[in-house]
Write a protein of this length. Structure first.
Length: 436
């Protein structure tokens, strides 16, 4: 979204948030934290639980148990309540646990664990040990969205950016796309998509009705192949619930992808703002797992808020974070996040690539009332134009793959070399830029 100060943008944010909340279980399951003036969604999270570092589980339980018992004693109820069941704890990945809370809300528990409680003489353990289970979503603002909704392009149109001039670019390199899935039933498969595999995108219905975010993974796979035509591309379906998932679920799926898919590059166009200091499960996942997979590059979208606030995991040092350029490829797209934490910018506005054939009903302004008498409906014929940092991200992933096939470097070394080149030729007022 280019200008979130307008009524149109705020209504778009709420539309997107409502869609994600419904898909992820409704208001009983999803909490919202707002910030700023006017108050906008900062992040969304799973109610009734929190993520805890494995080594702190015992101490966290002790703090919660002591607080609950002392609170009951202070109330001096005539009939003591039955003993509270212990909080249920589930393993997420090595080093992090999901703790379900029975007696208090997520943020009350987090504040207690971090700061303690003076009234009951309970000491906290400080920051960094526990955090919400954030909702992570297809890269957009604090709700969920690409920067725009897709626009139909006539069948047979050429992709933009155009196909790489080196037909061997990406040979021997595997790119795993973590997204909505892939259209395995496309009526006319563009030649640059041949050989791409993936889990079926459930947002493409059997009657070719396209739900919001349908085709997101297919479009991204096409962009990787446009830049790296010989790369092996595999699309996984991990954002199929309204374009969103829980942080805990996502790191489990990433862990499984590392173990079973053996990627050189992971391209993920998703993220969120966060509680404090980033995403705890991602941080532990990097410490215990990703950092042990030598050479795997994790390329992620910087998000479409149009501001410099941290967006995670893009802001983390172990990722390659990608912002979007405007149509001239020399200026930053107005919807793109920016700041010193964004590593590089690539084309991300009005890109054209493969998209499912089917019928799409628009969900956002200006394609719905009151601008139009009824929601706009379009029939897509295999191609679309789309904008967002979601789509600048696979271009950088493809460029890394293309360099790997030329130089023999692994994913991390190829990414580091490309970023060094981009910084050496940074565009004033934008930053490091990579072009296909």
């Amino acid at each position: 979204m280019a200008d979130k100060s307008t009524d149109k943008s705020r209504s778009t944010e709420q539309i997107q948030a409502d869609h994600a909340i419904r898909a992820m279980g409704g208001a009983d399951e999803v909490g919202i934290v707002r910030s700023g003036q006017p108050a906008e969604i900062h992040y969304m999270y799973r109610k009734g639980c929190m993520l805890v570092r494995e080594e702190a589980v015992g101490e966290v339980r002790s703090i919660l148990d002591r607080y609950t018992q002392r609170l009951r004693n202070a109330r001096r109820t005539a009939t003591p309540p039955p003993a509270r069941e212990r909080d249920q704890v589930e393993q997420v990945v090595d080093g992090v646990r999901l703790m379900w809370l029975r007696d208090m809300g997520t943020h009350d528990a987090l504040n207690l664990v971090q700061e303690g409680n003076d009234e009951f003489d309970i000491a906290g353990i400080g920051a960094g040990w526990a955090a919400p289970d954030h909702m992570v979503h297809i890269s957009g603002d604090a709700a969920t969205c690409p920067a725009t909704e897709p626009e139909p392009v006539a069948q047979g149109g050429a992709p933009y950016p155009p196909l790489a001039t080196d037909p061997a670019a990406g040979a021997g390199v595997k790119v795993v796309v973590i997204d909505t899935g892939f259209d395995n039933d496309m009526r006319a498969v563009p030649h640059w998509l041949r050989g791409v595999t993936g889990e079926t995108d459930p947002l493409i219905k059997h009657d070719r009705v396209l739900d919001p975010y349908a085709g997101h993974g297919t479009f991204i796979a096409g962009l990787v192949r446009t830049v790296a035509p010989r790369a092996e591309v595999r699309v996984l379906s991990h954002f199929s619930r309204g374009g969103a998932t829980w942080e805990s679920t996502l790191v489990q799926n990433l862990d499984h992808a590392l173990a079973t898919e053996f990627p050189d590059i992971i391209s993920m166009s998703a993220g969120t703002r966060s509680y404090a200091g980033g995403l705890l499960a991602f941080k532990v996942f990097n410490e215990r797992r990703l950092s042990q997979h030598k050479g795997v590059a994790l390329v992620v979208a910087a998000g479409n808020d149009g501001d410099r606030h941290f967006f995670w995991p893009a802001a983390a040092p172990y990722t390659v974070s990608v912002g979007a350029l405007g149509t001239d490829w020399r200026s930053r797209a107005d919807f793109s996040n920016f700041g010193g934490w964004v590593d590089v910018y690539a084309p991300g506005t009005d890109l054209v690539n493969a998209f499912p054939d089917g019928r799409f009903t628009y969900q956002e302004p200006p394609n719905i009332p009151p601008t139009l008498p009824q929601p706009r409906v379009e029939t897509f014929d295999g191609m679309a134009a789309w904008s967002g940092t979601s789509f600048s991200t696979p271009i950088v992933a493809g460029l890394i793959a293309a360099r790997m096939s030329r130089t023999g470097e692994n994913g991390r070394d190829a990414a580091a070399a490309l970023l060094a080149e981009a910084r050496a030729q940074a565009v004033p007022g934008v930053g490091a830029v990579l072009l296909p």
